[in-house]
Design a protein around this ligand. Structure first.
Ligand SMILES: *Cc1c(COP(=O)(O)O)cnc(C)c1O
Length: 230
């Protein structure tokens, strides 16, 4: 069977989506999972509307951004034009941006401390909007990285649920660049399972197949869909 690597690379949005989709299907099959249970988030950070539109037109409808300000500059207009598109915040969140985050995003993957959780909760109440919420876990315990530490994760899930009444759907992680990602994905899956959480946001262009084998329900893919960031 011809593998995508053997074929001439189709560098159109449609071709890139097809190549990523084929890899998702293969990884899901290897893991005994259904490809439909893995949601592909196209990470459009740094790319402007003129690059995003062809990807939407090619059939992609879930997008991820890591900066609020950048998202506010390009997405309100795109969402108006393509109301079916779902927008996910996958980057670090400051509590003074909770209002903007709740107003613009359909999912927030990066809840990681009480102050943020409280600010998001208050804005959800005020705006009567309920984006899907995930907690970011700093599985590599990296100083520069956002996320709750693995040892604090259970207590933080409990605080969000019981003290703040937030419905938490799952967990997200970004493994350290120089470590075997599978170990981090497995740790995230374990923390999620013991807390009764079903969504696992893990895996990027370089490691999404591994993430799917470890149970990812959302993968966040930028480069493999848009090409290199400038
Ligand atoms: C940029 C980014 C991605 C996508 O990375 P690629 O390697 O381009 O696929 C995924 N997740 C987060 C949190 C990101 O910031």
């Amino acid at each position: 069977m011809a593998t995508p690597e053997n074929e001439a690379l189709d560098e159109t949005p449609r071709g890139r989506i097809a190549a990523v989709t084929a890899k998702i299907e293969n990884a899901a099959k290897r893991a005994g999972r259904k490809a439909q249970d893995v949601s592909l988030i196209a990470v459009s950070k740094t790319h402007d509307a003129s690059s995003i539109v062809p990807v939407i037109e090619a059939g992609q409808h879930v997008f991820g951004e890591n900066r609020i300000q950048e998202s506010q500059a390009k997405w309100p207009e795109l969402k108006q034009r393509y109301p079916h598109v779902e927008l996910h915040l996958i980057g670090p969140l400051q509590s003074n941006k909770a209002k903007e985050a709740v107003a613009l995003f359909d999912a927030i993957h990066t809840i990681d401390r009480e102050k943020i959780a409280r600010a998001i909760s208050a804005e959800m109440e005020k705006q009567k909007r309920s984006p899907k919420l995930l907690i970011q876990v700093n599985t590599g315990e990296e100083e520069q990285k956002a996320g709750v530490l693995p040892a604090d994760a259970d207590a933080f899930v409990k605080l969000c649920r019981e003290d703040l009444g937030l419905q938490i759907e799952g967990l997200m992680c970004i493994p350290p660049v120089d470590e075997e990602p599978a170990l981090h994905f497995a740790l995230l899956a374990k923390i999620a399972a013991r807390n009764g959480l079903h969504e696992l946001s893990m895996g990027m262009s370089a490691d999404f197949e591994t993430a799917i084998e470890q149970g990812a329900t959302s993968i966040r893919v930028g480069t493999a869909l848009f090409g290199p960031r400038g």
